[in-house]
Write a protein that binds this ligand. Structure first.
Ligand code: IPM
Ligand code: MN
Length: 364
């Protein structure tokens, strides 16, 4: 029987409660599909600071290194907001993990299911059947990590400096991930840049064009990021796969998440190629939602779908991964709704965090 080692980093806020449901669903999938996981629970984020003095404790990093995949909850909360930015849970844990494991390919699927169009802030008439977008965000380059990075005094004036730098090789590898993804979907790829202003974007666009020669079956288009931000709320259904650099991807994926109806539905995978599958960190796209933490009302679907992405990309348990997606669609179609998804429509079955977990397990 195949056994996978998983580092479980539930983190803060709603992280632990939605993680609990994802692990229950994973238990059910192991029984049904005949594989096993060895799980190591570790502190991260605010929980890391409180228990070990650091957002990313050394023992947590060691457990991640020993694992095949990292299943991540969410980090951060008001308790740690007064710490210096570099030590805060979000930056102190996530960015070092991404860099340490070279998790350069961030897949963020934005699916607005037909049953949930009413939950989207977009007029239903514009998205009658929902939509399904995959954003491929470059995750280890650009302004997040570029040097020089500086905040201080220079020539008698306080300045803040970030550097948007990309190497050609970094753009090539993310381009290939995006073209591969597009080839497996509708064969349409839209690359988002700011080539009318930025040198890094001119290079990005040229590299996208040159890699496109390797994928003649995929139709490549380009769009400026300001226009893409606007098109996402005007007509999201025009997009299939998007590929973009780190900062643009950060902003566009939050926008994409909310036009889907709820942040509680969207998973993500941050990947780097391993020997015969991907090493990855799998986490919900939304945050730790401290305002609703501990109440048992958070939507666990993003965490459950992230676990499903782990089964797909790291474990290669495709049947089990498909099963997760199918079960989530089935419970939504059957009317199960956590508070974030509820519109008050007839036939809705209101559930909390554990109730949604129960429904998904029953649908398996
Ligand atoms: C995200 C988050 C992170 C980012 C923060 C928490 C560092 O916003 O994953 O989108 O900016 O990448
Ligand atoms: Mn973000």
């Amino acid at each position: 029987m195949n056994t996978y080692k998983i580092a479980v980093l539930a983190g803060d806020g709603i992280g632990p409660e939605v993680m609990e449901q994802a692990l229950r669903v994973l238990d059910a999938l192991e029984k049904k599909h005949g594989f096993a996981t060895e799980r190591t629970a570790c502190f991260v984020g605010g929980a890391g600071i409180d228990n070990c003095g650091k957002a990313l404790p050394a023992e947590t990093l060691a457990a991640c290194e020993a694992a095949d995949a990292i299943l991540f909850g969410s980090v951060g909360g008001p308790k740690w907001d007064s710490l210096p930015p570099d030590e805060r849970p979000e930056r102190g844990a996530l960015l070092p993990l991404r860099k340490h494991f070279s998790l350069y390919a961030n897949l963020r699927p934005g699916i607005c299911l037909p049953e949930l169009v009413e939950a989207s802030p977009i007029k239903t008439a514009l998205i009658p059947n929902g939509f399904d977008i995959l954003c491929v965000r470059e995750l280890t380059g650009g302004m997040y990590f570029g040097e020089p990075k500086f905040y201080g005094e220079r020539d008698g004036e306080i300045v803040g400096i970030d550097t948007l730098v990309y190497k050609k090789s970094e753009v090539e590898r993310i381009a290939r991930v995006a073209f591969e993804a597009a080839r497996g979907r509708s064969k349409k790829l839209c690359s988002v840049d700011k080539a009318n202003v930025l040198a890094s974007s001119v290079m990005w666009r040229e590299v996208m064009n040159s890699i496109s020669a390797e994928y003649p079956e995929v139709e490549l288009t380009h769009m400026y990021v300001d226009n893409a931000a606007m098109q996402l709320v005007r007509h999201p259904g025009q997009f299939d796969v998007l590929v973009t650099e780190n900062t643009f991807g950060d902003i566009l994926t939050d926008e994409m998440a909310i036009v889907c109806g709820s942040l509680g539905m969207l998973p993500s995978a941050s990947l780097c190629e391993g020997a015969d599958s991907f090493f990855g960190l799998y986490e919900p796209s939304g945050g730790s939602a401290p305002d609703i933490a501990g109440k048992g009302i958070a939507n666990p679907i993003a965490q459950i779908l992230s676990m499903g992405m782990m089964l797909r990309y790291t474990c290669r348990e495709t049947a089990a991964a498909d099963d997760v997606d199918r079960a989530v669609r089935a419970v939504i179609a059957a009317g199960y709704r956590t508070a974030d998804l509820a519109t008050g429509a007839a036939g809705e079955i209101r559930v909390g965090t554990a109730g949604m977990g129960d429904a998904i397990i029953a649908a398996l």
